[in-house]
Design a protein around this ligand. Sequence first.
Ligand code: ATP
Ligand code: MN
Length: 426
Amino acid sequence: MELNDGSCFGNVQVIAEASLANYESEIKKLSVGSSLRVEGEVKASPGKGQATEVHARSVTVFGLADVEAYPLQKKGHSFEFLRTIAHLRPRTNTFGAIARVRNCVCNSIHQFFQEEEFLYIHTPIITASDCEGAGKMFQVTTLDLPKLAGQGAKVDYALDFFDRPAYLTVSGQLEAEIFACSLGKAYTFGPTFRAENSNTPRHLAEFWMVEPEMAFCDIWGDMDAAERLLKRIFGDVLQKCPDDMAFFNERMDKTVIDTLQHILNSEFRRVPYTEAIEILLKSGETFEFPCDWGCDLQAEHERYLTEKHFKCPVILYDYPRTIKPFYMRLNDDQKTVRAMDVLVPKVGEIIGGSQREERLDVLETRMKEQGLNPADYWWYLELRKYGTVPHSGFGLGVERVLLFITGMANIRDVIPFPRTPGSADF
Ligand code: ATP
Ligand code: MN
């Protein structure tokens, strides 16, 4: 029998002799998916494929799994099919490996920030402010929507739970800034929600984001922190999950281990947006969305830069002010802001960050420019009014990191229970 307890990729081979009391009644009926406890002796294994095996003194069978009905058999299943049985897929090799690597990544993130003396803070899940100003939020309400719809009347939010429209958060950044501007360095790490109807292999409606925020830090310090964090995560995964990584390297993408090792030993390229546009224009590539100075880069552009042109992670910075949120610091050229995105091969953007606008008057102007009412952000503005400091931060999408590390192709397969348009099972 092959037994797996989830602690690692490998199974343990168990030898059960016919002399065991329940051999005929239970052991012979065991099939893939059964649960059992084995007590016995670990011995050197004469067979090849394993160094040791367990000779069972007793086998307790907790639950059999009907061979005819159990959906997971030893043959490979498609990831699409496995998504329909998300309650069973963690039992497969692939999803066990993903769960362990995901755990390792999250642990690394906390260790990294704790060692660098960041405070872990919890920012609210329910919020009344739209940080990205993009209107891709899920509304939270206790109003009786069917009743309101029947009345055809204007919704009176004064009657709603929070006396105003409220939403699931798209980012904890603004609140993280409060703590950075009070206590120095802080990070928040939690679920994030975006109602973007983009059915891509890199977008989820619910994903996990880690957002550090650092006082007295400019965009260069921000880039350095992002690079250090990613290298720490990659190094830990290679060191702590070697069997899982060997599996991804063998079965998903033959380059993942080499790529991670290469990244650990090289520096991320720092390239201004303007230079990136010149490279794209001169590339001779035909893109689905042609781009020029001022355009928001699409995944195809990001991938060209990091995969084909630079062949390493790239940090693009100084983006046009018109395509970035109000809180990013305006450069002296008045045309660009101190944004920085980290791009990696195959995934594209993995981190988005910036130096924050610390000047009250500029911040207010930028808000108005983007159609936001400064009064709604009075507390955010007060961080600039009282003892303002230069500060910076970024957001790292955990699932994007996992895509990159594992070589998995679809973001729905690196989160235990994916939430995407039209799908919220389990
Ligand atoms: P993109 O342009 O790739 O849609 P974004 O610029 O909207 O991303 P940011 O607001 O900069 O994303 O968020 C910071 C990070 O969060 C991104 O770099 C990415 O790693 C992750 N992220 C953003 N949106 C999603 C999503 N819908 N699903 C999963 N991860 C996401
Ligand atoms: Mn971004």
